[in-house]
Write a protein that binds this ligand. Structure first.
Ligand SMILES: *[C@@H]1O[C@H](CO)[C@@H](O)[C@H](O)[C@H]1NC(C)=O
Ligand SMILES: *[C@@H]1O[C@H](CO)[C@@H](O)[C@H](O)[C@H]1NC(C)=O
Length: 342
């Protein structure tokens, strides 16, 4: 009795499965609530991580098609080509160039097609697509990988508005970061970043974040992210907004007074290096580094990090990394911030 009942159910299920397959194959962009929905929708479409961590991008099947491949790719809105990462037919898999050596499929059970990225880097941020390819009825889901981090405005030693896009890109990399995205700048603005100089973002647009409206910063417009729109990446010149994520290591202050050259030597003597601007911002943001003395950094600037604002430390009411700009390198007035990668 019971056996034939189950058989009937199975037959019925099989029939409706077939029917949906036909339906689905001609309606690829319909919603996925039909019976042939193989991929589980993720609960969260955004996965948060930090630089250096291992992260899992979940992609779970509800059931396995008889034959299929899983294809992971990175989706870059500015690049129409598919950036394949891994393709697998359930038995063997092939790694493509992007993320070489740092990715694998998790396979913690038969329905698991999740991707693991080890030692996450700043460039890994973005959108990823998990695709189930079975010939008839390809399905996919996309997830965004976001890194927890901090945005810092960066200006050339030569003064305001000296970088074209390419130079801004390089300047951020030299300070242990990369150009910030618009959503990172937006997040920084909600966290209190108020900056009246326009800077390049990763997508080639130029913006600046304003909290306290004032005449030289867009006048009476309401607080927000001001836009200069897209600019010529080679000819137009601005500052940069850089982004950096967690710090693997330690930043500490060494008392001076010393010149810039003496500052470098002082760090080397401690088996450390003179800190980059990104190191100092990450230590301030993630480890609450608070120190009231100006110290040299690797780019020749002098700065100090304040998490607990007080009258005798610059007097500004909000936490932040304060700057003395780029003093004469022979001035013997400051200490140094060293970075030890331990
Ligand atoms: C990341 O995974 C690798 C092995 O795949 C492991 O050796 C390493 O310790 C992990 N790193 C972290 C930060 O968990
Ligand atoms: C992680 O990546 C960084 C570069 O992004 C590299 O310097 C470091 O050695 C890598 N760490 C491991 C454990 O592979």
């Amino acid at each position: 009795m019971e056996g034939s009942y189950i058989l009937l159910l199975l037959l019925f299920g099989y029939a409706s499965f077939q029917e949906h397959n036909v339906y689905r194959s001609t309606n690829r962009n319909q919603d996925y609530t039909t019976a042939t929905h193989y991929l589980l929708n993720p609960i969260h479409n955004v996965v948060q991580s930090i630089r250096g961590a291992n992260v899992t991008l979940p992609c779970i099947m509800r059931r396995r098609p008889r034959s299929y491949k899983v294809k992971w790719s990175k989706v870059n809105p500015e690049d129409p080509l598919e950036n394949l990462i891994v393709i697998s037919n359930g038995k063997y898999h092939k790694n493509y160039d992007q993320l070489r050596g740092r990715v694998r499929l998790r396979r913690s059970h038969r329905l698991d097609a999740s991707l693991i990225i080890t030692n996450v880097s700043l460039e890994d941020e973005g959108r990823y697509k998990c695709e189930l390819v079975n010939g008839l009825d390809d399905q996919s889901l996309t997830l965004s990988l976001q890194l927890e981090g901090v945005v810092f405005p960066y200006q050339s030693k030569k003064g305001r508005y000296r970088y074209n896009y390419v130079e801004a890109h390089q300047a951020c990399e030299e300070q242990d970061g990369r150009l910030a995205t618009y959503s990172e700048l937006y997040q920084a603005w909600t966290d209190g970043l108020d900056w009246c100089n326009a800077g390049w973002l990763l997508d080639g647009s130029v913006h600046y974040p304003v909290i306290v409206t004032r005449e030289p910063c867009g006048g009476n417009l309401p607080p927000g992210i001001r836009s200069y729109g897209p600019k010529d990446k080679l000819k137009d010149r601005f500052d940069a907004f850089c982004f950096t994520s967690a710090l693997k290591g330690n930043v500490y202050f060494v008392h001076g007074p010393m010149t810039f050259r003496e500052a470098s030597t002082a760090c080397w003597a401690r088996k450390a290096e003179i800190a980059k601007v990104g190191h100092l911002y990450a230590a301030w943001r993630f480890y609450g580094l608070d120190h009231c003395d100006g110290g040299w950094l690797s780019d020749g600037s002098v700065r100090f990090p304040i998490t607990d604002p007080r009258e005798r430390c610059g007097g500004l009411p909000d936490p932040g990394v304060r700057s003395f700009g780029f003093p004469n390198e022979e001035d013997r007035l400051y200490g140094v911030y060293c970075y030890a990668n331990t």
